[in-house]
Write a protein that binds this ligand. Sequence first.
Ligand SMILES: Nc1ncnc2c1ncn2[C@@H]1O[C@H](COP(=O)(O)OP(=O)(O)OP(=O)(O)O)[C@@H](O)[C@H]1O
Ligand SMILES: [Mg+2]
Length: 249
Amino acid sequence: MIELSNVHKSFGSKQILRGVDLNVARGESLVIIGGSGTGKSVTLKCVLGLIMPDQGVIKVDGEDVTQTGDRDAFLAKFGMLFQGGALFDSIPVWQNVAFRLLRGTLKRPRSEAREIAIEKLRRVGLSPDVADQLPAELSGGMQKRVGLARAIAADPEIIFFDEPTTGLDPIMAGVINDLIREIVVEMGATAMTITHDMTSVRAISDTVAMLHGGKIRWSGPVTEMDSGEDPYLQQFITGSADGPIETLR
Ligand SMILES: Nc1ncnc2c1ncn2[C@@H]1O[C@H](COP(=O)(O)OP(=O)(O)OP(=O)(O)O)[C@@H](O)[C@H]1O
Ligand SMILES: [Mg+2]
């Protein structure tokens, strides 16, 4: 469903991606792990076409993302939870969640869009009371969940979650992990998730890929992660200060 081959991306003189190869099968849940600043978010943004790679090819469902004729139709396949939430601060929560259902190719009648928004809010553990509030009136964890509700609002085929559990309490993180797993299983969606939370990795992934030094350092089924012999992988999953990963950035 998603194929990256030899993807390179630099910003000025900073080389971030130096030949990323990655494949995600339809209905698979892939989790990307790796240190802060290694280019995980940049990788997701390249797949969405929000950032253009300098080199390499990215295909979604066989289609080259840099060559898509109809961007609206291409983007309609995706749901995305941005790392920073990226909610629109001047419109109420329900209109954030239903944003794509209120305009463009996925447009629905307003009352139906509102109902869907309230149902998606419920799925992420938020009561209908929040629907008419503004994002600024919510806590950080609640905003995160609104972002998640927006990502799943239009029942996308492909979902990207950038740090879905960061800033949530352990119980709510568990709820969100279960929800992500459910979305993949029930909706048959293909998911790419970025997380630092190893509990989350174990709860939601079929496969794991570790980004380091601009490349995929290790990838494989989550069941093989603990026995993976790569020292970078082991240092990361055990959270050890000692190992080959440079901690000064
Ligand atoms: N639009 C941009 N312009 C310039 N530099 C950028 C841009 N986006 C990202 N970068 C740089 O690319 C590097 C990788 O950023 P990215 O956001 O992908 O990191 P990350 O792996 O997601 O880290 P974290 O775990 O902290 O979220 C960083 O050094 C960042 O400063
Ligand atoms: Mg990031």
